[in-house]
Design a protein around this ligand. Sequence first.
Ligand code: G3I
Length: 406
Amino acid sequence: MKPFHQNSTPATGWMMAWLLAAATCSQGADAPILLRDVFKEHFLVGTAINRSIATGVGGGRRAQDQVDGDVALTKAQFNQITAENDMKWQLIHPREGADGYDFAPADAFVEFGQRHGMHPVGHTLVWHSQTPNWVFAGTIPPPESATGPTSEGSRREYAGPRTSREELIERMRDHIHTVVGRYKGKIKAWDVVNEALADGGPEKVLRDSLWLQIIGPDYIAKAFQYAHEADPDAILRYNDYGLENPVKIQKLVTLISSLQEQGVPVHAIGTQAHLNVSTAGFDQMDRSLSEIARLGLPIHVTELDINTASGGQRGTGADIGANAAATQGGQVSDADRRLADAYAGVFRAFVKHHQSVEMVTFWGVNDAVSWRRFGSPLLFDGDNRPKPAFDAVIRVATEARATSDQ
Ligand code: G3I
């Protein structure tokens, strides 16, 4: 039995959803088609949402009427939400100490989910990125080898005097207990550790992050243990990108098998699936899901998007931060059709693996709010109109239902 059962949306929400879908659906004005409905026998369909959507307040890149449209589309199409940024350490716990938390945006996110009958997912507790410097700071001089601009990849990390292993463990424990504890019973799944695996060749399994350098490899097990203490009913995920790459999958298997042998409470694998249109499709996703499924854990597709920017078609081993900068340079030719084909392929693979795949979360509601907006990677354009890729995904659901009805 899958731990996530399909919630039905309250009647008022459903009516609004129907009206919105009828107005926006590309397949006819009287044929409301909702992602969350067409896949309800298979998995939840969710989206990351930004602070404007959670609070309903426009400004910055999205004017109020655009945010209103983003909110309406979110409520209509999806039954699961993830906070794109507001639960990351830098935003929810920017300053040291018990008074150092800013809970308001995260609270708004959780309330949005509860109000609209959606499952809110927590992202993320322990990550090498978007963690404020105070977390790692102390009085111990950093080793010579670690004072370069970064300890790994393209991101600049804190390079000053460091805290001790014991104190960092204490800070991590307090943070996890406080944040998970606050949303106990409201947030059913957490990305506990994010992107701990190294990119590149097989020789190095773990990313050379400050967490690893200061605490050692057991920071991962401890993070899961603390999250479990704070909410024993929560589904605890390990989440990473590039799990389409056979070398990285092997590292995942090494890490998770070792955690399982130690009895660490890791309950699901999050595969981000930030894909590129030149390689994404059924074969790649089928292979990846088959390998991940060997771990015997539910799979959550946590951050799905498919980049069509010609500058972003790099391999799956690429550092995800560097890939963000490679979304410009115009789109690949015939982008709409190729995106539709790629999405059809990956959704066929999700349906094939629906015994393992419990949820599929898009990383953004529409192209305009995407971190890869120059690569138009989602199913809806910046005006919230469905693209050919939306129709292609719906067709996969229709085919799947026709097959199961036979
Ligand atoms: O909120 C500030 C705003 O006040 C300021 O004016 C503006 C100036 O740049 O920055 C805003 O913050 C940005 C934030 O997104 C909100 O838009 C940060 O600079 C920017 O770095 C941040 O990027 C996020 C990125 O993670 C950072 O790590 C993206 O939105 C978010 O989509 C992306 O998501 C990650 C997942 O968490 C983990 N997996 C990879 C995925 C893509 O990189």
